[in-house]
Design a protein around this ligand. Structure first.
Ligand code: HAM
Length: 421
């Protein structure tokens, strides 16, 4: 028995016309990065498994539960990338990019893979646009990264989102906080798994979604109250720069991200129209990641990952989705085989002149073909019947106002170019 195939569970397809929104989101976000000097980076879809285990952190859900890991034919363990930062840092180290101009500023777009429980806005293949700026620990750069994301959302016409930001402190801040938090957590009546978590990564307990844990940890000490002087000064400058850039934010000292590499500035963009999957983008600074991934020198980096799928849903929720992108500018309607042969050539010449053209294929008659022309979103239809062809002429119809004219087949490219001008 053979049924029809389905895409793997939890993996969205994007096809016309909605795929125009997908492209718009992706391109608008990457354009915002480009305007701030981020260059394009294209990285492998899969990497050595240990890169993510070490980079993202063994105690995270992403690594412990959600990785698409398999053994290749050479018996190596490889993993479909669950996120982009570890790969970028790997490439920076491998190619010695950190020996050049700093910071290294790169932008990426593409699919990432997490074996999560699928639901609206949570997919197993998710699309991100991300940036990373590596090699300079400057609060002005933190603010730039945040502002690039904010600018991207604004340009898309999104308004119902907010930016939550906090500082996770530096090496000097953490031990003191960890101690205070563990002391608090060990005083609670926790189940075995949670207690274990409190030992390995107490911060992650604060990210627990279970109501009883939320309630029990409501009064837990907050890292932001344990920042070293240096980390506090850094955070204050980030906020001052965001004010200068006109980026609104809310400090959320309880913000916990799902990846382990964050230090200092950490942020998330949240959209309230999306239900449970409200994070449309997030990121932060990572101080120890280069060393963690084997670099001799440790350079600080900062970046974000924006969820393209969720940003599309957010645009829909706000009613600003639905890019009315015309599929083509010109639609050719041939009536008869000779006319079709001629129009195929005309279409080629128009495309060579930079004009997008589609034709009515499949001999469907004038009425059906004109309907297809309307649906294509084209501004002009070229109608070629046997009589016109005999006179080496062609009819150009403006699909907006219905005006028609005949021109010589020799002049059609020039005339169409003029009309679209
Ligand atoms: P992340 O918060 O894990 O960060 O993912 C970034 C964004 O990807 C999320 O805010 C969300 O919009 C989207 N996303 C994540 N998982 C899913 C999913 N299962 N389905 C749909 N969308 C999803 C990172 O990945 C970091 N690498 C970001 C970063 C870059 N930090 C520093 N540099």
């Amino acid at each position: 028995m053979s049924g029809a195939f389905q895409a793997p569970r939890g993996i969205p397809d994007y096809f016309p016309p909605n795929s125009a929104d997908f492209r718009k989101v992706r391109d608008t976000l990457t354009d915002a990065a480009r305007r701030a000097g981020y260059g394009h980076i294209e990285l492998p879809i899969f990497e050595e498994t240990a890169l993510f285990a070490r980079g993202v952190g063994e105690s995270t859900d992403v690594v412990s539960k959600e990785m698409y890991t398999f053994t290749d034919r050479g018996d190596r363990s490889v993993t479909l990338r669950p996120e982009g930062t570890a790969g970028v840092v790997r490439a920076v180290i491998q190619h010695g990019l950190d020996r050049g101009q700093l910071p290294v500023k790169v932008c990426y777009a593409g699919p990432f893979f997490r074996y999560e429980k699928p639901q609206t806005g949570r997919y197993r293949q998710l699309q991100q646009v991300g940036v990373e700026a590596i090699g300079v620990d400057d609060p002005a750069l933190d603010a730039e990264v945040v502002a690039v994301a904010d600018e991207g959302y604004k340009r898309l016409g999104l308004s119902g989102y907010r930016l939550e930001i906090t500082s996770l402190g530096d090496d000097a801040s953490r031990p003191r906080y960890r101690e205070a938090l563990q002391e608090f957590l060990f005083g609670l009546d926790l189940d075995e798994a949670t207690r274990k978590r409190a030992e390995i990564n107490p911060l992650r307990v604060l990210d627990d979604k279970r109501p009883e844990i939320r309630e029990a940890t409501a009064n837990a000490p907050l890292l932001i109250d344990y920042l070293s002087d240096e980390a506090k000064a850094h955070f204050d400058l980030v906020l001052a720069n965001l004010d200068r850039l006109g980026v609104a934010y809310e400090i959320n000292p309880r913000l916990v991200r799902g990846l382990d590499y964050y230090t200092k500035t950490t942020f998330e963009f949240v959209h309230d129209g999306l239900g449970a999957q409200s994070g449309i983008g997030g990121g932060g600074r990572y101080d120890g990641l280069m060393r963690q991934l084997g670099a001799k020198q440790d350079l600080s980096g900062i970046g974000f990952g924006i969820g393209v799928d969720r940003t599309m849903l957010a645009l829909e929720a706000e009613g600003v989705a639905g890019t009315q992108a015309a599929r083509c500018q010109v639609f050719g309607v041939p009536l008869g085989a000779d006319a079709k042969a001629e129009l195929v050539g005309v279409a080629g010449s128009l495309r060579a002149a930079g004009i997008s053209v589609d034709l009515a294929y499949g001999d469907r008659g004038l009425k059906g073909a004109m309907k297809a022309a309307d649906r294509s979103g084209a501004r002009l239809a070229l109608v070629l019947g046997e009589n016109e062809l005999a006179g080496r002429r062609i009819e150009i119809k403006d699909l907006g106002n219905g005006e028609q004219q005949q021109v010589s087949l020799d002049d059609v490219v020039a005339e169409v170019t003029r009309l679209l001008g």
